[in-house]
Design a protein around this ligand. Structure first.
Ligand code: FAD
Length: 375
């Protein structure tokens, strides 16, 4: 049989793409090298932040509006809780990356938000101790998603719509020509009209002629048991981020029922990492990357360590995503380079990739993420 589309990599983006293609009635095969879901890639760790006032660039906001709608659609279709829209609080210098960038996106797109000076911030959120020049911006349209459950639900819904999905089946070779595409795995050979690559940290191994350097880095998430746990409950705390003097941000989540402790991490590219390694090591040095923040800014959370997990970022040269068809290979669509901030978009990325694969173009506002800007 010839499939309409083979999706290679069934992590966050691949699972969402299988769902969308299957909903459209396409014959889709998803091939995943690991379990579905798994903890060796970029999409594990119990929670992912979702925000609307996007400090990374205001151009993402229209895509985010659609992403929010699509997460709610997935919840409605599946009857599963995946999205906690509990608000987001971003703290830093008013002209710094996180607050300045969020304000710019909010103002450009008319997004509701509140701006707190440091004293107002301290009264409203006594959990945080901040430098005198820090302010805070709060937006209601933010919160977190459950990544492992979301991937499982995308896949279940795709299967219900007739998709075929195989775990533990690494793609070892592929080819396209005028007649179609051929994919060889450790178990068989499959044919399709189109290929969609969602290989995450393995993307540049899968697509040798991508033409864009991707750097994979290791990132460590931590969970601690707060000294005053009532201050960090789901009812008390929104998702939050604090400008980090060394660059990037620290960020975290309120405590959740299915992952013990208070989750915190630093968002900045870590050390390069080879995704084919079998281990996913963590160390005392990794603990320091978030312990510094607890010590300086959230002392009432600075309790014993419970867990640490390593995950990978796949960084593009400009830290923006790559969503495009390969210019010299009309049957190949790629989604990669999510640079540590892609999960929240998975629900709309599935739509963009389905459009690109089936129509060759999309009406969704994703053109700014094309390969042309880098090449
Ligand atoms: C620590 C950390 C925190 C993050 N926090 C946030 C956040 O708060 N908010 C947010 O929006 N984003 C966040 N991100 C980013 C987000 O999680 C990623 O951008 C997103 O999950 C990437 O999805 P993906 O589908 O590209 O990768 P993955 O989910 O890793 O999927 C790629 C898949 O391809 C498979 N694959 C690779 N090669 C092959 C092959 N040859 N054959 C078959 N299958 C193959 C892999 O096994 C994998 O399952 C975070 C990332 C990390 C690491």
């Amino acid at each position: 049989m010839t499939y309409d589309v083979i999706v290679i990599g069934v992590g966050a983006m691949g699972a969402a793409t299988c769902w969308e293609l299957a909903r459209r009635g396409k014959r889709v095969l998803g091939l995943e090298q690991c379990d579905i879901p798994h903890t060796r890639g970029s999409s594990h760790g119990f929670s992912r932040m979702i925000r609307m006032a996007y400090y990374e660039h205001p151009d993402y906001v229209p895509l985010l509006r659609r992403a929010f709608e699509r997460w709610y659609q997935l919840e409605a279709d599946s009857g599963q809780k995946l999205f906690y829209e509990i608000g987001g609080l971003y703290m830093g210098r008013e002209d710094g990356d996180i607050v300045g960038g969020s304000l710019r996106a909010a103002r450009e797109h008319g997004l509701p938000h509140d701006l707190f000076d440091r004293d107002a911030l301290r009264r409203r959120y006594p959990q945080f101790e901040l430098p005198a020049e820090y302010v805070g911006i709060f937006e209601k349209r933010a919160g977190f998603l459950l990544p492992e459950r979301a991937i499982a639900v995308f896949v279940i819904e795709a299967l219900k719509h007739g998709a075929e999905i195989h775990g533990h089946e690494p793609v070892v070779e592929w080819r396209t020509d005028d007649r179609g595409a051929r994919v060889r795995t450790e178990r068989g050979t499959y044919h399709a009209e189109q290929l969609v690559f969602c290989g995450g940290a393995w993307s540049d191994r899968l697509i040798r002629d991508l033409g864009v350097p991707l750097q994979v880095t290791r990132q460590v998430l931590g969970w601690v048991w707060p000294k005053q746990r009532e201050l960090f409950s789901l009812e008390t705390l929104p998702v939050w981020a604090i400008e980090r003097p060394a660059g990037g941000i620290w960020y975290g989540f309120p405590m959740m029922p299915d992952s013990p402790g208070f989750k915190i991490a630093a968002h900045h590219p870590g050390h390069p990492f080879d995704p084919s390694r079998h281990d996913r090591p963590v160390s005392r040095e990794d603990e320091a990357t978030f312990r510094d923040c607890l010590h300086a800014h959230i002392p009432t959370a600075n309790g014993p360590l419970l867990s640490m997990r390593m995950c990978m970022y796949t960084n593009s040269p400009d830290q923006h995503f790559i969503l495009d068809r390969l210019p010299n290979r009309p049957r190949v669509t790629v989604a990669c380079g999510f640079s540590g901030h892609g999960f929240k978009f998975a629900s709309v990325v599935g739509e963009v990739l389905a459009d690109l694969a089936m129509e060759g173009a999309t009406r969704l506002p994703a053109q700014f993420l094309g390969l042309g800007r880098i090449a």
